[in-house]
Write a protein that binds this ligand. Structure first.
Ligand code: ATP
Length: 134
């Protein structure tokens, strides 16, 4: 169990989403899932859609983290999130519609579909439904 805290700030486009001293944070990057403790070496990472798990002193918080960048410095860790949502703020119907839309594009026989974009949209939708518990 980690016994040392560090500062995590999550900046969303319109607000400071989260700012606190924490023990550990887990999330997904383009290179795979990571878990960060205090005194991590400085680095930058690119977010991939996934569940964000923040371990605080007495509780654990979860959110859907869909895209953005991470910067780890000796002073603090910053997540510049393009999209991040607490479970209760996830619009489940919207995510279901986005999932259906992405699946339809991916199975379409017609040309003109940006496969990478559709795959990412599908991952965002699946992550939102997963974090919302649907
Ligand atoms: P959609 O196709 O429904 O727009 P998307 O995955 O393309 O979904 P994003 O580009 O990830 O959407 O997000 C755009 C903005 O809308 C962000 O502010 C994000 O937090 C918000 N958002 C998107 N989908 C949802 C959802 N299901 N519930 C709550 N907020 C959402």
């Amino acid at each position: 169990m980690a016994d040392k805290t560090f500062r995590l700030e999550i900046i969303a486009p319109d607000r400071i989403f989260y700012s606190n001293d924490i023990y550990m944070v887990e999330y997904n990057t383009v290179e795979g899932e990571v878990g960060i403790y205090a005194d991590h070496i400085p680095m930058t990472q690119i977010i991939a859609p996934g569940r964000l798990i923040i371990t605080e002193r007495n509780e654990e918080k979860q959110a859907a983290l869909l895209s953005g960048f991470v910067e780890i410095t000796p002073e603090k860790m910053t997540i510049l999130a393009e999209a991040v949502e607490w479970p209760q703020n996830i619009d489940v119907n919207r995510a279901k519609e986005a999932k259906t839309r992405a699946e339809r594009r991916l199975s379409s026989e017609q040309g003109g579909v940006d496969i990478g974009r559709a795959e990412l949209a599908l991952k965002r939708a699946i992550t939102r439904l997963d974090v919302a518990g649907k």
